[in-house]
Ligand binder design. Structure first.
Ligand code: ASP
Length: 320
């Protein structure tokens, strides 16, 4: 039985010209280490669910990505994080939104899936549940990253909300202290197929810089940012959340495979390169089907991504 895993660390305006060799190495090392942590789980016969949770936790713990440690700042100067996880075996799912102090939001989403009678918890309720589950908490300082903080000051000054991907294109300030060479991107996610033929997907994010009013993106929304179904595929998205919600991206790909018999590649192409492009929905996704085929499509300049399959293929890539 084939098995495999794919991960992402966000899509957006990621240009080779704005990256140094050292920075590039930091990203590829972090991606490779998260990929390997998830792949090891699968190799030992572990579940796809354990593999995606393990890989996403590794990315959440890395300050380079916009999830867990290093999450972006909201309008009030706080970190409000969203995460979700889904099992393709029985379509069970868990999601959390607007949570502030849980160290690994993806593990809270998993606890919601497995230990509550609900699918989606948010805000203080989700945090109360995390306490009951004895999950690890961290203070504001743990999540803080200086670059994210500078991004937020710029966004506030311009009274704008933006994806951490696209600071330059959306906030033009002559006084910008945010150096293009220091640009950081990144919602994170993972999808996997295990040796038993089970699929799983997980996504985790800090959302958009300077977001207001309890804004929630696609990442914690089952069917939009995350979806898994053993009959079709597992998907984790990254990009402009509002457009991904309106396009029900992750489920749309699964539905086209289920009802129109499209291949994973055809379905991904239809959604990422046609439907999303039509409504200016910038971003991408990672996908794996029940046979272990992996697709990593994006319509932005780049996407931090990596994949490894039992067939021996391994990739860690950033640019187009
Ligand atoms: N999709 C995420 C959101 O809109 C952002 C991202 O992918 O970086 O919250």
């Amino acid at each position: 039985m084939n098995f495999g895993i794919a991960i992402h660390g966000g899509a957006g305006t990621i240009l080779r010209s704005s990256m140094t060799t050292e920075k590039e190495k930091l990203y590829t090392d972090a991606l490779r280490s998260a990929l390997q942590s998830g792949y090891s789980v699968l190799e030992k016969g572990g579940s796809a669910l354990d593999a995606v949770e393990t890989a996403v936790r590794s990315l959440e713990d890395c300050p380079l990505f916009n999830a867990g440690k290093g999450a972006v700042f909201n309008n009030a100067g706080a970190h409000e994080m969203d995460a979700s996880i889904m099992s393709g075996k029985d379509l069970s799912a868990g999601a959390v939104s607007l949570i502030k102090h849980v160290k690994n939001p993806v593990s809270l989403a998993r606890a919601v899936m497995e230990k509550s009678e609900h699918v989606f918890l948010c805000g203080y309720g989700a945090e109360d549940f995390a306490k009951q589950m004895n999950l690890e908490f961290a203070d504001d300082e743990y999540f803080r990253d200086e670059f994210r903080y500078q991004q937020w000051l710029k966004a506030k000054e311009a009274d704008s909300t933006f994806l951490d991907h696209n600071i330059q294109s959306e906030v033009r300030s002559p006084k910008s202290e945010v150096n293009a060479n220091d640009k950081k991107f990144g919602t994170v996610g993972a999808v996997a197929l295990d040796k038993d033929g089970n699929l799983a997907a997980a996504t985790s994010t800090g959302g958009m810089t300077n977001k207001k009013f309890g804004r929630v993106g696609d990442s914690p929304i089952i069917g939009a940012g995350t979806y898994a179904n053993n009959n079709t595929c597992a998907i984790s998205c990254t990009g402009h959340g509002e457009l991904f919600i309106r396009s029900v991206v992750a489920y749309d790909i699964s539905a086209m495979m289920e009802y129109k018999n499209l291949s994973l590649r055809e379905a991904c192409d239809e959604v990422v390169m046609k439907k999303l492009v039509k409504i200016k929905g910038e971003g991408g996704l990672i996908a794996i089907d029940k046979h272990g085929n992996i697709e990593l499509p994006f319509n932005s300049e780049g996407m931090y991504r990596a994949m490894k399959s039992s067939g021996g293929e391994e990739k860690v890539e950033i640019y187009k």
